[in-house]
Design a protein around this ligand. Structure first.
Ligand code: MG
Length: 450
């Protein structure tokens, strides 16, 4: 049986994710790691409950627990990677609504666990007879409140802090009532940036806005950037591993644009490979190649990106949702690193809107079609057969490549649906190809269901 999804174990609290599950999972994680474990949470209302249960489980398996309090996921990962611990646990549901929470694990280097390791934990979890430690060797809790500040200090070391300080920047900082409430203002303070904060009180019912940093959730910061004449808007998700940006003219900057700009910025100093999922815009590839870099595509999801970055020794990588990975710091999505690099970029290269104006313009059409899970593989195969002439990439779903764009058909990992993305520099081509692919896929699904 499977317990871990693409981002750990996640669900609605007291329905899918209960204290009992957290306790049992804590035991399994403790037995898997066989050593002390650092644990942190985001600012969700259920954080204390789920974390306490997980900590009890860990200690019953003989693991000492180091409680880092509320801190971003990448801060916990940095702590684990720089301390003698066997692994780390994060209590978070990232950008999901406030009724959700989740549990995810990282290895002793701070990287997300591989699927193989998650399977080992699942096997222990589903074993009826979990073998606990003796009464005299149960674990204890130690508090360590140092994680946030040492994380921020480590991030600052990775950028030209003097250049940022000299630029005298003003930013609007939206912490989404989440885990960035201490780290993000501290980072701005230490970089000499004037920060006007929004939603910087940790409050698990997310009164400011839903915790996913999308354009529709960020209207307040968009207007505030303009009225305060700020140089940049920085918005994190609930656990602050992702960052969305607002340019000084109040426009939301898509993740593809952030990826492209930071790729160019990094490649101007160091040539190498940039890794991104097949769903990212060709804008990224165009920017990377124009800057003398190479592009490598992976399946969707940050573990796949981080793994490919590790294997290829990449200089940068990330996803179009604002999850950016800076290997010189750590192989994980890192909200503070993304913010610091963007500040460096603006300090050195000028206004963000002007940088964006130099990027090529692509149009994307997105569609969703219903498809029962049991015919997903057959549908993909039939769709591939019906496009025999086209160049195809099957890294994740089916991506058909044309001279004037591409279309990607991907099964959803969580719902009985397929997602269709069609991109071209020509808006009508993107739309037409999305229409064609949608109707073709629907016809195949109907035929398969007969
Ligand atoms: Mg997140």
């Amino acid at each position: 049986m499977r317990l871990f999804g693409t981002n750990g174990v996640r669900g609605v609290v007291n329905e899918d994710l209960t204290a009992e599950i957290a306790l049992r999972l804590g035991k399994a994680i403790g037995l898997f790691f066989k050593g002390s474990v650092a644990i942190a949470s985001d600012a969700r209302t259920s954080g204390d409950m789920i974390k306490s249960a997980a900590m009890s489980g860990l200690m019953s398996a003989g693991a000492d627990v180091i409680d880092l309090g509320v801190t971003p996921t990448p801060s916990m990962q940095h702590y684990v990677g720089t301390h003698e611990v066997a692994g780390g646990v994060m209590i978070t549901a990232s950008h999901n609504p406030s009724q959700f929470n989740g549990i995810k694990c990282v290895d002793s280097t701070g990287r997300e666990l591989t699927r193989e390791d998650e399977e080992k934990i699942e096997k222990i979890y589903f074993n009826e007879k979990i073998k606990l430690s003796g009464w005299d060797s149960v674990g204890v809790i130690k508090q360590d409140a140092s994680a946030t500040e040492s994380y921020v200090n480590a991030v600052i070391k990775q950028v030209d802090a003097d250049a940022i300080r000299k630029a005298n920047l003003t930013v609007i900082l939206d912490c989404a009532n989440g885990a960035a409430f201490l780290s993000a203002p501290l980072l701005m303070n230490k970089l000499g940036v004037r920060a006007i904060t929004l939603n910087a009180n940790p409050q698990g019912d997310f009164p400011g806005h839903p915790s996913e940093p999308t354009e529709e959730n960020l209207k307040d910061i968009m207007s505030l950037v303009v009225s305060a004449k700020a140089d940049l808007g920085i918005a994190h998700d609930g656990d602050a591993d992702r960052t969305a940006f607002i340019s000084e003219d109040g426009k939301f900057v898509s993740g593809d644009k952030s990826l492209s700009l930071i790729s160019k910025h990094i490649l101007s100093k160091k040539k190498g490979t940039v890794v991104t999922p097949v769903s990212s815009s060709s804008m990224v590839e165009e920017a990377v190649k124009a800057s003398g870099g190479a592009i490598k595509y992976t399946a969707v999801g940050s573990p796949a990106v981080a793994k490919a970055m590790f294997e290829s020794g990449a200089v940068f990588g990330g996803e179009e949702n604002g999850g950016l990975i800076f290997p010189e710091h750590r192989l994980c999505r890192d909200g503070a690193m993304a913010a610091a690099k963007m500040l460096e970029l603006i300090a050195k290269e000028g206004k963000l809107s002007e940088q964006i104006g130099k990027l090529p313009v692509y149009h994307v059409e997105k569609r969703k079609i219903d498809c029962p899970n049991n015919i997903k593989d057959d549908l993909l195969r039939s769709l591939k057969d019906s496009n025999k002439g086209a160049k195809a990439d099957t890294t994740d779903g089916l991506k058909l490549l044309f001279s004037d764009g591409w279309v990607l058909v991907r099964p959803s990992g969580t719902e009985p649906k397929f997602r269709i993305y069609s991109e071209s520099k020509d808006e009508s081509v993107a739309r037409q190809r999305a229409d064609e692919t949608e109707s073709n896929a629907k016809k195949i699904a109907e035929r398969l269901l007969k």
